[in-house]
Design a protein around this ligand. Structure first.
Ligand code: ATP
Ligand code: MG
Length: 364
């Protein structure tokens, strides 16, 4: 079989993005040739440094190259200016819009059992990424009778966005089930389930529409036949249960704002930010992105934990249909963590970024 070549855009951005994105490239180059995959790379600019140099945070060339040449991309991090800066807006937010990456996918997986969480945590949050309160339609006006100001914001929920995000959650649930069945072990018995998150007891129209549409999408025969159970929870009680019993969850689907909050909260369940990956996903395109920021406090020291990025590489590959390559990376990362000999300082170790990457590459 002729090797398939995937072209990957590399957008390191700022701070430790410049240290971890090269690690992402290295792992792709190190994948065994028996997988029948090859990679070519194109370096692309974006971020606050780019803005300071050129006056634009997201150059048009970056967007066009991604659209026209690339199969997927890796995005590092961007630092945000500490004071409001005229003309600057987040390039990753703009990229999600320009490429219609309507889902933010964030897996959360524990390293080892702890007294608080004896059962393994292995869940994924699928956050809608285009609407809800993030349409940013806000206004401020004077209250009648001089009683100060009033500000309000639009929360917009559409059937189309709710349906496609729930469908993606269903597809992810099916894929996870398949992986559990083939890897076996303790996880093999875990049931496949999508939990719909909402607050429709209060917001009966907006969250009501999300809830009903998501449920209808998940009731499709292909998900039912694959054994995907549908669960739903009101967001506040969901937070409580998620933090008490995270092992009970499999796939969580949520509108934009609840998804944002749940994602950061769930990341705290598993320790360092340096471990948690994400992917921005649309139809036929995915950008892997570590959840951490540019970490100015450790930048340039070569000690950033590369694992969030390496797992993001795996996620990107999954959404490009390369599940086997993704599984290789996840397994190698898990083996590095399980052995615990070469860990970066945020994990209590002393290894440098390169040493962690080399150890993981050895395990591919
Ligand atoms: P930004 O504004 O870009 O988000 P920040 O100051 O909020 O920057 P984060 O990147 O969000 O910094 O990181 C928060 C903390 O977690 C910092 O102390 C940082 O050093 C640490 N951290 C984040 N990512 C990593 C990583 N990959 N390896 C080690 N430590 C990390
Ligand atoms: Mg931050």
């Amino acid at each position: 079989m002729a090797a398939r070549t995937l072209r990957i855009g590399l957008i390191p951005g700022d701070g430790i993005g410049r240290e971890v994105i090269p690690a992402g490239r290295r792992i792709l180059e190190a994948l065994p040739t028996s997988l029948g995959l090859k990679f070519s790379f194109v370096d692309l600019d974006a971020g606050f440094e780019t803005f300071k140099r050129t006056g634009v945070a997201l150059p048009e060339k970056t967007v066009e190259t991604l659209k026209q040449e690339c199969d997927g991309a890796l995005f590092g991090a961007v630092s945000s200016p500490t004071t409001p800066t005229k003309g600057y807006s987040s390039p990753i937010v703009a990229l999600r819009k320009r490429l219609d990456l309507y889902a933010n996918v964030r897996p959360v997986k524990s390293v080892a059992p702890t007294p608080a969480f004896p059962d393994p945590i292995d869940l994924v949050i699928v956050r809608e990424n285009t609407e809800d309160l993030y349409v940013k339609e806000e206004r401020t006006y004077d209250a009648p009778n001089g009683q100060g100001k009033i500000a309000e914001a639009i929360k917009r929920i559409s059937e189309r966005a709710s349906s496609r995000i729930a469908t993606m959650a269903g597809e992810i649930a099916v894929r996870r089930q398949r992986v559990r069945e083939t890897t076996g072990g303790d996880a093999a018995g875990k049931k496949s389930m999508v939990t719909i998150t909402h607050k429709s007891n209060v917001l009966s129209q907006t969250d009501g529409l999300f809830r009903a549409t998501a449920r209808a999408a998940l009731e499709q025969a292909r998900f039912r036949d694959a054994g995907v159970a549908i669960d739903e929870q009101i967001v506040d009680s969901m937070v409580y249960k998620l933090f008490r019993q995270p092992a009970d969850y499999d796939v969580i689907v949520a509108p934009n704002l609840y998804g944002d909050i749940l994602s950061d909260g769930a990341a705290a369940l598993v320790g360092s930010l340096g471990l948690v990956p994400s992917a921005n996903v649309g139809d036929g395109f995915a950008i892997g992105e570590p959840c951490h920021g540019s970490a100015p406090d450790i930048q340039g020291r070569g000690i950033a934990n590369p694992i969030a990025t390496l797992r993001s590489v795996g996620l990107m590959l999954e959404f490009l249909g390369q599940e086997e390559a993704a599984a290789r990376i996840y397994k190698a990362v898990d083996a590095n963590l399980a052995e615990g000999r070469l860990l970066s300082p945020d994990m209590g170790g002393q290894a440098r970024t390169d040493e962690v990457v080399e150890d993981i590459i050895r395990r591919l």
